[in-house]
Design a protein around this ligand. Structure first.
Ligand code: EPU
Length: 301
């Protein structure tokens, strides 16, 4: 979608940088996604006004974070994407509290805190994506979930049109799910982390990295796990048992390393990936009687 000149000029006045016709395949870890205008929001304070302008002008929009857990449709997209600035996002530590901008890289935040002897999040080290995306999904790995450490979240609430601060206790963090509204925009978080010597944290980080390298296709284009694990079960194990590793639709393939990772081996389209997801879901449903739920977020047009 192209933004016309008049709203574009007003957005510029509000400190927004406009990048026309950006292929979102370059902004997602899957390497899939159509083309649209991208708006970079340089100033948090102007977000409510930017959002009002987009609403008044009836310009459909979506927020894209790190792009590591999203599957975006092909072709010209019927909405623009908004992006928080990712260069030099703020991070600071005060005692056991860490204050981090949502645009920060999740792994970068874990390392930043570790160097200041704050631990607890070792399991999250190899999870790709932004802090904002991790908050929204309650990202987790190797027994750690980010939600356990959240004390405050500063966000833009589309329902009120205002910047607000939520207390950690007022947010529900479940398995890969939170009580944030779909149109809430994460801006900053305050975490409370246990003190731990850097050396100890580093040792745990190494163990997690090794486990991950041994079991996940880290050097291929993917969005991490495609399905959530069903209660008490493992999506990866079921798909593996069905002999579907290496199964392909076009350039979308079930990883031969971890069956719940679907990789883009060259130039997969969103349509390829969706067909692969549907085929695998159906095979699991027929054999195990389990309806797998997507973990990856599909941006339907
Ligand atoms: N397994 C197989 N074959 C496979 C993959 C897994 O038999 O192809 C078996 C493993 O041997 C193991 C079990 O299934 O016994 C579970 O596998 P794994 O330890 O790899 O964990 P997972 O449940 O598949 C979850 C998260 C990952 C996270 C890892 C490590 C979900 C959907 N996935 O995977 O998160 O990295 O645990 O904690 O909860 C993600 O969220 O995108 C993600 C990758």
């Amino acid at each position: 979608m192209r933004i016309s000149d008049k709203p574009a000029a007003r957005l510029k006045e509000l400190g927004v940088e406009l990048r026309p016709s950006v292929p979102l395949s370059e902004k997602t870890s899957l390497g899939i996604g159509g083309t649209t205008d991208q708006l970079l929001l340089r100033k948090f304070e102007t977000i409510p006004e930017v959002m009002r302008l987009l609403a008044d002008q009836k310009i459909p929009h979506r927020f894209l974070g790190g792009g590591t857990n999203v599957l975006i449709a092909d072709g010209e997209l019927p909405y623009v994407v908004l992006h928080l600035p990712t260069s030099q996002p703020g991070m600071r530590v005060e005692g056991n509290a860490a204050y981090v901008d949502a645009a920060a890289d999740l792994g970068g935040m874990v390392t930043f805190c570790a160097k200041r002897d704050l631990g607890g999040m070792e399991g999250l080290i190899g999870v790709p994506g932004s802090v904002g995306g991790a908050l929204r999904m309650n990202a987790g790995a190797y027994g750690t979930q980010i939600g356990s450490y959240v004390r405050e979240v500063e966000l833009y609430r589309a329902s009120t049109g205002k910047l607000e601060t939520l207390r950690g206790d007022d947010i529900r963090f479940d398995y890969r799910h939170t009580s944030f509204a779909p149109d809430d925009v994460m801006l900053r978080v305050k975490l409370e982390l246990p003190s731990k010597p850097f050396k100890e944290i580093l040792a745990l980080i190494k163990i997690c990295n090794e486990k991950r390298r041994a079991s996940q296709p880290l050097n291929q284009k993917s969005a991490g796990c495609i399905f959530k694990n069903p209660p008490g079960g493992s999506a990866g194990r079921m798909i593996d048992e069905l002999g579907l590793k290496g199964h392909r639709v076009g350039d979308a393939m079930v990883s031969d390393r971890h069956a719940n990772f679907f990789v883009n081996v060259a130039n997969a389209s969103c349509a390829d990936m969706l067909r692969l997801i549907d085929e695998v879901r159906e095979r699991v449903r027929v054999t195990y009687g389990v309806e797998l739920e997507n973990e990856v977020i599909f941006w339907k047009n």
